[in-house]
Ligand binder design. Sequence first.
Ligand SMILES: [Zn+2]
Length: 92
Amino acid sequence: MTCPVCRARFRGSAECSRCGADLTMVMTLAASAWKLRQAARRALESGEYRRARELAVRAQEYCATPQGRDLEGLAGWLAAHAGTPVAALTVQ
Ligand SMILES: [Zn+2]
C-alpha cells in the first residue's frame, strides 16, 4: 500500500517517510480491512459464501487491494454457484 498523498511506499509508521502526511487513518482503515478479510476467509471455510462476500466488499471499501478484489470475486462466485452440482458448471 502507498501514501494517499504522494504515493510513496507505506513503511508502517504513522507518518509518511517522504511527505510527512499523517497516515494514522490509513493504518486504521488498513487494519479494519485486514480484520474483515480474515473474517471473510473464515466465512469461506465454513461455507458462508454470501457473508464472506459482504465482508470482502466492506474490506475493499476500507482499503482496496488486488488480493482483496480476488477474494471478493471468489466469494461472489461461490455465493452465486453454491449448491450447484459440479456437473452443471459446464463452461460453454
Ligand atoms: Zn506521502
